[in-house]
Design a protein around this ligand. Sequence first.
Ligand SMILES: *Cc1c(COP(=O)(O)O)cnc(C)c1O
Length: 388
Amino acid sequence: MSLFERFEKSFMPNYGTPPVALARGEGSAVWDVDGKRYLDFIGGIAVSSLGHAHPALVEAVSRQVATLAHTSNLFVHEPEILLAEKLLGLLKDPAKIFLANSGTEANEAAYKLALKYGRREGRRYFVAAENGFHGRTIGALSLTGKKAIRDQFGPFPVEVRFVPYGDAEALREEVTGECVAVFLEPTQGEAGVVPPPDGYFQAVREICDSTGALMVADEIQSAIGRTGHWFAHQADGVVPDILTLAKGLGGGLPIGACVGFGEAGTLFAKGDHGSTFGGNPVSCAAALAVLDNVDLEHVQKVAAQLRTGLEAIEHPLLKGVRGRGLWLAAVLTSDVSAAVQKAAADAGFLLNALQPDAVRLAPPLVVTDSEVQSFVDAFPKILTEATP
Ligand SMILES: *Cc1c(COP(=O)(O)O)cnc(C)c1O
């Protein structure tokens, strides 16, 4: 029986059956179980920041797992301190951190932090964006603006009002003195790598300031160098009240973080929140290795090369390119992203059919210029193969 058949026999059908079974990786390359090599242009959904089997990550994780793999939160350990100090250094503004294991848990922490603020201030509803994605647990799901994945699991305990993403005036109308918090991605990832218009995040900050609502930036997909900045909001020159991180932070090891700036960092009292695995030493060691080895200048250079290369392609199936840094969507003129993903895999490139008319590119941040070039060179033929 193939791995795919065994997968179907053992697992719930929530993912469908993925089309490729991977066995190993090195740098930006991965090999499937039959030995076919691919260039990985999706990076485990913007997670494998350092690519695969990066020596620094291997060394840090191996050393830590052989030293002390777990403590629980009954004990302090040095890797969590080093990680928190490193993150605070990169964030610059005074803040405090809670460590979780995933993106959705980082957002649960943000949600509970905001609830504490809301209850204290007599505020009663949240605002989030249509098509936004914040995770699959009930709190994060209630903030997720995609009806297909949210509505069947409602009703939710707290009211969430949705506004069109990128529309500052719509946001201004919905956010009042009764709004607890506004949850937004600096660029919408799962919605199709959709950046907002210039000035949107500054307007969000201003609307939150004038109403007292907390501004929560979900940077689970956009941070840790993905856009060419440590955090996407830094490019907008605004500081949120709460920031959530995960995906690229651990470079493949599970870790999430909720950052509270200023007063927001002091809202939890002892006993208000917790996680047995959150901030475990191995994941913290991995995250430190990631933060020590991401090279923003390199990201900016190869990102510009990828974008320019794709934009220069003239093909009837390619409408355009959007996104920031090494986080792009190639937008198609028809709904054939699944065929593009398949043709790319056949040609030895992994990418992701994100929306019916868009494929997502999020290669490791260590992708080389020659690897970028080989993708750019191959893409026109991939598009032709996928043309109906
Ligand atoms: C992936 C993602 C999440 C959820 O993270 P998980 O680790 O899958 O729980 C939340 N928000 C955004 C913006 C994401 O991209």
